[in-house]
Design a binder for this molecule. Sequence first.
Ligand code: MSK
Length: 630
Amino acid sequence: MQDNKQCNGCEQALNLLLKKAKDDKVETVWGRALAMQPQCGFGEMGVCCTNCSMGPCRIVKISPDGPKKGVCGATEDTMAARNLARSIAAGSAAHSDHGRDIAEALLNFVKQKRPIKDKEKLKLLAEEWGIKSCDDDTENLVAKVAKTALDEFGKPFGHLRFVERAPKKRKDIWESMNVVPRAIDREIVEVLHSTHMGCDADYRNIMNAAVRAALSDGWGGSMIGTELSDILFGTPAPHEVEANLGVLKEDSVNIVIHGHEPTLSEAMVIAVNDPEMIEMAKKQGAESINLVGMCCTGNEISMRHGIPMAGNFFQQELAIVTGAVEAMVVDVQCIMPSLSQLAKCYHTKLITTSCKAKIPGAIHIEFDEIKSIECAKKIVQEAVINFKNRTGNLLIPKEKSKGKVGYSVEAIIKTLDGVTNTFAHPSGTVKPLVDAIKSGVVRGAAAIVGCNNHRVPYDKCHVELARELIKNDVLVVTTGCGAHACIKAGLMSDDAVKLAGKGLATACGLLKIPPVLHMGSCVDISRILHLVSMVANYMDVDIKDLPIAAAAPEWMSEKALSIGTYAVASGIYVVLGVSPQVTGSENLTKYLTSDMEDIYGGRFDIEPDALKAAGKIINHIENKRKALQI
Ligand code: MSK
């Protein structure tokens, strides 16, 4: 267990709410983590196997007499690799199913004759995928793109279309390793099959299947999720938003929308602005309706609508502890089941909306894509009529910050290229970015992504790492809960250039961008893959040759494992702040932290200390610069 110390005024707000939780006698993630100590050593090292009913089996490393094989004979390498591969497949499944839902939503838009937001992006994607349609028949084109995207999940032949975005040298490596992802569902199923009892026992071969499943996430499911969300709801462009729990309002009906898929949150944005809903809220004695976003839903609606970002993964319970939340509305992923019990201690209604994520004790209002606005209004009504049930036990922290969000690939190119009227075609226009890196003004770029985890100091790892990197002229891009940490710490405001090194500060000042760029939610890490591919293609090198790196300092989810794996297999050096559960197998640990570099040019590194992690990343970037002779 680590202390809760983090950055700036955020720490004060956090401690205030933790004290209130204690006074209110309600538990939070921190208390449960403490009660869980010591955590299972076998599980922690990845050497516990429950894949068949002859188990559970575990490998005892510390005692010479303990079992060194499972009942079936599985070694520590087999067990740890199987466990890791299954987690990666689950992460890939979560992201990719999100992507599928968005593709289905796109098809539903056609059926309902609803307009899409970004026709330009639709045309570019159709062109990229070789889909032809008459210029004036947008509906037809939308349907063809949506169906083509859905085919990516189960097509029997060929490989994923977005693989073609990768540099040739990268594709050659994937081909030589036989890890080119074929169809998204197939790769996930294959991991589950090959890790079934009595199937694949070779940790290297298990990892090959896991890499293919991860690549089918980054270059498949996630990329489909991102690209089609932009087409449906608009490609993000930079603007300022507020962040932290101080965005809750004492005089308004507060609705926190939490989870991942933008279909629900987009409908909620429309519903809360409906005059009939606002009038209803006023009749209940509220000033208005205040919609705020949490976790990746927070990222999605902040970057398209400027909706405030209430907080990240570890703030979901604290939002309810404020006593000011009328409804916490959730869809899928990263929703703590504890919310249900917690909501009952206050007046908050927990509303689940997906058949894939029900929680006992919550109100379930199934989100129907065809009747999206009707559903959203029903949810808003539940919140509004709950306003009168507020007790006096209210504590909204004052702390909130401001920062810029919405740096999609198109927005970054537009900003760097100085294009003013329209989004640039996202090919061949990364020259200004390449020039800035080549000249050394910007030494390189690093992505800081991922979750919160009680094993490391909350938010502090994200923030310290980002600060150290920008101080050393490394441009930072961020997504997910890392993005929430950075905006709360003020690193996404124009003022943050004061914290940047001379070169980066000059570049940011000229372009009027913060030194930490918000690129969206977890699935939007595919934006980062797209951008680095464009840069590599422009420079005629592989992704592994670029002065770039990635870090997930506080990761905890299976999705993060999938992301880390597709990043490494794409040639990127990835520093994790928390070790994956693999250390019981020396061979697998070496495979992840060393052998993968020989194969893919990227590797995992484990470094819980943010400053040391920054040092490693800077070192890696400088070595890449030397190799490129820039
Ligand atoms: S929400 S996966 S806690 S980043 Fe995407 Fe945050 Fe991690 Fe969930």
